[in-house]
Design a protein around this ligand. Structure first.
Ligand code: FAD
Length: 456
């Protein structure tokens, strides 16, 4: 009886999973394997929110496999050693896995390939599983990646996305696979109280209802903070309980006649864009992609006020409190808070990126680090010195102030857009609100940034 291992990583799904399909084609039995990787733990990457969401995903994956006659094999430890041990145990000729783009994933692939080869086994790495277009598949002439989004998007649009695959009807596994010791959410300390539920069933429910009710209005409403009108699919894309390729197809491949679909698919292309930058420049996870010779300020008290949602700028504080409560915030809120930290406070983007990674359920090296760099102006933004004014942005993207009142209850007594500028209240009235004064004055902060970047 021939056996292959299907190693699940960022593709915790049965629908549209080319890795699983290839493993099933290559042998009579498949060992569906997930390794709780101690390397991920050592890197501080298994933050509580992601660990809890992952627990849901693994339970869902095991349930889906069971419905098809299979079972999930769960191991924890050093990934390469664990995969080799499982391959040895079942005599697997091949191990199938999705290609990753981070430095860590690339190294793990190399080490795993070499270790399996020493045992006479083969690692098969599959592209276009995590992304729609694989990193490196489209490059400008003479370069190894696109450094600017717009030309990348043009090329990306012209690349035919592969057809999504149905979930397999059955997953035959070796007879002696017993029930996995699934981690479960209970007992994980520090999980955000409003954290979303993970798992493939939940992802499929959400995508079906969101596409039906909200896709058409996406272009108009994706920056409306109070509307909460974006898809909230990012954690599912991060863990791969939903395939980006399937999502692009279901959104009509971004039909130009539907501005909502067009804008949504463009956002999915941003995800691929960052993956191809990171795959080509893995060091961009930690070092400036385009150095601006910044000499960032160090101010622990200001950084902490930002983390705690106590900066005195209500829209910033609302967003930071949502992050803590849900482990998630909308894209517009991420841009505002990141711009505030890096340009208004002029603190190092790595300080903010670390905090986001500690809390975001979708926290992802490519998307987090490179969006932080984009906002800080050290990344791929073609206007690296733009500064987002938090008050002007609040008036624009939360015109009635509902988003701020939702997350900053101590200001709930302030009506309409007045909630964005509590410092304008007469002193006696202002004293009634237990809310801090602004951490910095905006004109002075802008002058400091302009000076630091040598733009004066
Ligand atoms: P929607 O607006 O519904 O968009 C659909 C999908 O498109 C998202 O789920 C996401 O996969 C992709 N997408 C949207 N915007 C971007 C973008 N700017 N870059 C890459 N992909 C995008 N996204 C993450 O998945 N993980 C992160 O760790 C992360 N960190 C970020 C940090 C900062 C400072 C900023 C500015 C953005 C970050 N983003 C990150 C990108 C983006 O904000 C989120 O993907 C999005 O807000 C998730 O909400 P949604 O699923 O409702 O998005």
């Amino acid at each position: 009886m021939s056996v292959s291992v299907c190693l699940f990583t960022a593709d915790l799904r049965l629908h549209d999973n080319p890795v699983l399909r290839a493993a099933l084609r290559s042998a009579e039995r498949v060992v569906p394997l997930f390794v709780l990787d101690e390397g991920v733990h050592a890197a501080g990457f298994d933050a509580p929110n992601r660990r809890a969401f992952l627990a849901d995903c693994l339970a869902g994956l095991d349930a889906g496999l069971r419905e098809r006659g299979g079972r999930l094999v769960l191991r924890s430890g050093e990934a390469v050693a664990e995969v080799c041990a499982v391959a040895d145990r079942y005599g697997a000729r091949e191990v199938h896995v999705a290609a990753g783009s981070s430095a860590y994933a690339q190294r793990r692939e190399e080490r795993l390939g070499a270790a399996l080869a020493r045992r006479g086994r083969t690692l098969r790495v599959h592209d276009a599983v995590v992304t729609v277009v694989p990193p490196g598949a489209q490059v400008p002439q003479g370069k190894d990646h696109f450094a600017v989004f717009t030309p990348y998007f043009r090329r990306w649009r012209g690349t035919a996305a592969r057809k999504p695959l149905a979930a397999p009807r059955s997953v035959p596994v070796p007879a002696d696979i017993g029930p996995p010791d699934l981690p479960g959410r209970a007992g994980i300390a520090g999980v955000s109280p409003g954290l979303a539920t993970g798992g493939e069933d939940e992802a499929r429910r959400r995508v079906t209802s969101w596409l039906r009710t909200s896709l058409d209005a996406y272009a108009d409403r994706n920056s409306d903070l109070a509307a909460d009108a974006t898809s909230r699919l990012s954690p599912h894309l991060h863990f791969g309980t939903l395939s980006a390729t399937e999502l692009v197809h279901r959104a009509g491949l971004g039909h130009p006649a539907n501005p909502g679909a067009e804008a949504f698919v463009r956002q999915l292309a941003w995800r691929d864009f960052h993956q191809q930058v990171l795959a080509a420049r893995p060091q961009a996870a930690h070092t400036d992609y385009r150095p601006r010779h910044d000499r960032w300020r160090h101010d622990d008290a200001e950084a902490q006020a930002w983390r705690d949602g106590r900066t005195g700028y209500p829209v910033i504080d609302a967003a930071m409190r949502q992050l803590r409560h849900e482990g998630w915030m909308p894209g517009r809120a991420r841009m505002l808070t990141a711009s505030f930290l890096t340009k208004t406070l002029y603190l190092d983007w790595r300080v903010g990126a670390r905090h986001f990674l500690d809390l975001l359920v979708d926290g992802d090296v490519a998307n987090n680090q490179l969006n932080w760099q984009w906002t800080a102006g050290t990344g791929t933004d073609t206007r690296p010195n733009r500064v987002l004014n938090p008050t002007a942005q609040a008036r624009r993207h939360d015109p009635r102030g509902d988003y701020v009142r939702r997350w900053v209850p101590e200001l709930a007594g302030l009506e309409g857009a007045a909630v964005h500028e509590p410092w304008k209240l007469p002193p006696r009235e202002r004293a009634r609100y237990d809310y801090p004064a602004p951490l910095v004055e905006l004109p002075a902060a802008l002058a400091r940034f302009t000076d630091a970047r040598g733009l004066g």
